[in-house]
Structure formats: structure tokens, C-alpha cells
Design a binder for this molecule. Structure first.
Ligand code: DAH
Length: 360
């Protein structure tokens, strides 16, 4: 074999043996680079006689072409092998669970969710949000609301009282959100349109009662307000809140010292294997108390009952949260069990709106 043929065979063997692109590049530089073996041969052509140069030139260039071709072919093979290896090592198991980002890990308590939902609904109707303190005066919680001293309705409230103050007054944990009505009437001029969601307290504990619970109060005071308005507001609220097209409501006569007449409202429902559906069925579920604000209450709060009238309602938030989200035991709501919260809670970035959906 001529020297040239040996050189060619050697280079082609090294190309075939190159295990990766870096090794191949080393072979290329060794053959075709400036100081490479084939380049060195080409450099000898200049010193040859013309005939010899012609023959040798053609032979060396043929080797150069073959080497280039072999290099390109081997490079393609190595490239696709490298890609295959990378794809194999970087493959993803799409059946693995997705880890949530930290911003999505916490959960909104169903009660906070329901408060956000009802705030969205009533805000959309033009109600403002009012607040009052958990520790109230006897006067705001009872007397101004037309509970006479010694009236049995006071006892029905199972009140947590604090020790009497020096002046004899007894602060208490508010037993309902109705004192916020009083605060609103004392501090604002009519027309008044407020809702007041918040914590309330009574000495009571079983599967449907906890010593601390939540109510939302509603109050409208204006010159021409009447029960028809109240009925419409409550129906619209129920439809929006329970996310149904129709609700049937039943108004029953009742008694509250601060309203006259007083009513209790039931909504029609069907209980089906532990699930409740609204707007159909034969059952009735009590959801709130309401009525026209008693003239004594208006008077107690500095509003002339001959000019203004109004209506009010009070609803248990825990109860409607349990109804809507199928929570069986009220006490679980306040146990702070993170497993319970992960099950019943809501994603923090999904804020309830009427347009975007309340609970999707
Ligand atoms: N405060 C009442 C309760 O806790 C609920 C209630 C009934 C509120 C009638 C009202 C109302 O504003 O008009 O039992």
C-alpha cells in the first residue's frame, strides 16, 4: 500500500473510532487542520515538478475529499446519537403529580370564601360593608334594639357577659350582628344600605352550634323601603349565592324585638343522598330572620319613624357555608386541621366575583 493509501486508511479508521464530536474534531484537526497530516502533504506540492504535482495533487485532494466526507458522515451519526441520549436522560414522567408553587399552596377557609362571596353579591347591589366590635355594650346589643330590661328574649341569647364595670354596665360578647345596625344608624344619615358580616358569640355547643359563630346583618333605611324590596333582595341573593336560576322562598311570621312585623325565611330544597339542591324539592330550610325595623329602634337611634322606614335581616354565615359546601359538622370549621382545610378550602388566587364566578 502506498504511503498515501496508508495515511487515508489510518485517518478513516480514527474517524470511525471517534466516540463523540470532540474526539472527531481532534481527528479533523490532525488531518485537515493547518498542521494536519493531509495539509502537510498538500504543502509539498509546491516543490514538485509539474507532472508529478499534477498526479500527486489529484491523489492528495482525493484523499482530502474522502476524509471530509467521512468526517461529515460521522459527525451526523454522533450528533443524532447525542440527541437520542439527551432525550432519553431528560424524559419527563407526565404521570407524576405537579408540585404547586408556594403562592398556590395555602387555602382560603370556606367561611372566608363565603364572606367574600356574599360581600361580592351585596356590593354589586350597592350595599356598603359596615363593622362593629366583638365586645359590645348591653345597650347596643339589646336595649337600643328594643329588648326591654328583664325581657325573656335577652335570656334566649345565652350571652357571655364580662364582669360589670364600676358604673354597673356589663360589656358582653355580641350575640348577633344586629348591634352594627345601631352603630350604622347612629353614625350615618339615611338613606342607609349596609351589610355587616362578622363574629358572634353564644353559650352553646353541639354539631350545629359553636360558642363562636358568624352572621351577616343587612339593613336598609330609606323613605319608601318596604317588604317587597326585602323579598327581592333576599331572592336575588339566594340565587346568586347558591348559583341556581330559581329559588322558592317561604316567609313565616316570627318574633324579634327589633322588627315589626318579623319574619323567618325558608328556602325550598331537595335532600338527595346527603346532597342538597335548591330551587326544587319538597323540603324547606330556614336560612334567616328579617322584618321591618321597629319604630322604637329607629327612634332609639335618632331616626324619625314618621319619615323613614327600613328593613333588616340576619343570616348565619356558618350555616349557609355548610349548606353550600356540604360540611356536616360545624365544629370542624374551627378545629384548624390542615387536612380538613386542604379538602374544603379554596385556592387563594381565585377571588369570587359575580362576573367571573363565585366558587369555580
Ligand atoms: N339578630 C337575629 C338573631 O341573631 C337575626 C335577625 C333577625 C336579624 C331579624 C335581623 C332581623 O336584622 O331583622 O337571631
Amino acid at each position: 500500500m502506498s504511503d498515501l493509501a496508508t495515511l487515508e486508511a489510518e485517518i478513516l479508521a480514527s474517524i470511525a473510532a471517534a466516540a463523540d464530536e470532540a474526539a472527531l474534531e481532534t481527528v479533523r484537526v490532525g488531518a485537515l487542520g493547518k498542521k494536519g497530516s493531509v495539509s502537510a502533504l498538500l504543502a509539498t506540492l509546491g516543490k514538485m515538478a509539474p507532472d508529478e504535482r499534477k498526479a500527486q495533487g489529484a491523489a492528495i485532494n482525493a484523499v482530502k475529499d474522502k476524509v471530509s466526507e467521512a468526517l461529515n458522515a460521522r459527525r451526523e451519526v454522533l450528533k443524532s446519537a447525542a440527541l437520542d441520549a439527551r432525550l432519553a436522560s431528560e424524559s419527563i414522567d407526565v404521570t407524576l403529580p405537579v408540585r404547586e408553587s408556594p403562592a398556590e399552596q395555602g387555602r382560603i377557609h370556606p367561611l372566608s370564601q363565603v364572606m367574600d362571596e356574599l360581600t361580592a353579591i351585596f356590593a354589586d347591589m350597592g350595599f356598603a360593608i359596615a363593622e362593629g366590635p366583638d365586645i359590645e355594650t348591653d345597650d347596643n346589643n339589646f336595649t337600643k334594639l328594643n329588648f326591654p330590661e328583664g325581657h325573656p328574649a335577652r335570656d334566649m341569647h345565652d350571652t357571655f357577659f364580662f364582669h360589670p364595670k364600676q358604673d354597673g354596665s356589663r360589656p358582653l360578647l355580641r350575640t348577633h350582628t344586629s348591634p352594627v345596625q345601631v352603630r350604622a344608624m347612629l353614625s350615618q344619615k339615611p338613606p342607609i344600605r349596609i351589610i355587616a358580616p362578622g363574629r358572634t358569640y353564644r353559650i352553646d355547643s353541639d354539631a350545629t352550634h359553636t360558642p363562636q359563630f358568624h352572621q351577616v346583618e343587612g339593613l336598609v333605611i330609606d323613605k319608601g323601603s318596604h317588604l317587597g324590596h326585602l323579598k327581592w333582595i333576599l331572592a336575588e341573593f339566594c340565587k346568586a349565592f347558591f348559583e341556581v336560576d330559581n329559588v322558592t322562598m317561604r316567609f313565616r311570621p316570627s318574633f324579634f324585638p327589633f322588627t315589626e312585623p318579623s319574619l323567618e325565611v325558608d328556602i325550598q330544597c331537595r335532600r338527595d343522598k346527603g346532597e342538597i339542591r335548591f330551587g326544587e324539592g319538597e323540603d324547606w330550610l330556614e336560612i334567616l330572620g328579617c322584618g321591618m325595623v321597629h319604630p322604637n329602634v329607629l327612634r332609639n337611634c335618632g331616626i324619625d319613624p314618621d319619615v323613614y322606614q327600613g328593613f333588616a335581616w340576619g343570616m348565619g354565615i356558618d350555616r349557609i357555608a355548610m349548606l353550600k359546601y356540604g360540611i356536616a359538622d360545624l365544629r370542624q370549621m374551627f378545629e384548624g386541621d390542615v387536612r380538613w382545610l386542604n379538602h374544603y378550602g379554596f385556592k387563594p388566587l381565585e377571588v369570587p366575583t359575580l362576573a367571573g364566578g363565585l366558587s369555580t
